[in-house]
Write a protein that binds this ligand. Sequence first.
Ligand SMILES: [Zn+2]
Length: 279
Amino acid sequence: MDIYNVVFYILLFIIGTLFGSFYSLAVYRIPKKQDITHTHSYCPNCNHKLGIFDLIPVFSYIFLRGKCRYCKQKIRPRYFILETLSGITFVVLAILMRMDMYNLTPNKIAEYVFMILYLTFLVLMAFTEKDNRKIEKSVSVYGIVISIGYIVYLCIVQEPDIYRYAIYAIYLIFYILLLLLDTITLKKYARDSYTNGILLTLVTMTIFTQELVTASSIIYVLLIIFFYMVLNKIRMHTKKYRSKIVKKEINKTLPIGFFLGVANFVMFTAILTFEKLML
Ligand SMILES: [Zn+2]
């Protein structure tokens, strides 16, 4: 690898950490219906506004030794980890998609940007769902918007194919039906439907990672649910765990959206790796 590519990948890593820092902020604020673009970042403990040097992804955490500059409250390492992972993912994705300094065609860049937009969707969906057991409406809508953008892009760059167009049309119809259903549930029960959120996620997933990857992600999640139920059955039979607290814990719903997101990401990168190694 020559020096230009090294610089290129370092740049992608930095962009990735910036996205990672945005992800932590968005995951924290979206469920609270707070603004994710305009309001200043602040320390959740002392409410002190954070300056530019407190907000440099990865590095601020290292230099401040994981503590708030103002109140010395420990910052959860989760932010640091998410930022670093995000940076690494941006680089790995570029390598898997065979993108480097010397083949930056508009198509290549567009494809990469769409994948990043999709990755953003996955992260926001999975982590807000994990914390609240709820697919946020704004995240679903974001997924629909980027999906439509991606479909338009594919229709422009791909060879005309009636079969493919029909499939895209079906996805769009699914979106409309699910959104209609969502509006009805909201009117009737005054809440968003969890199942609807998951189904909307599945449609977005299929548009970006295709049918096979989505299907295997679903199978993976079903396996997790199955093992979880078996495990609970076993735990229920042991005396020690028959307390009420455990029963309550067992009845808590699984973070299906989160598992789905992780599974989809793993399957998708696995297939890209496989393709890169084979072809
Ligand atoms: Zn503080």
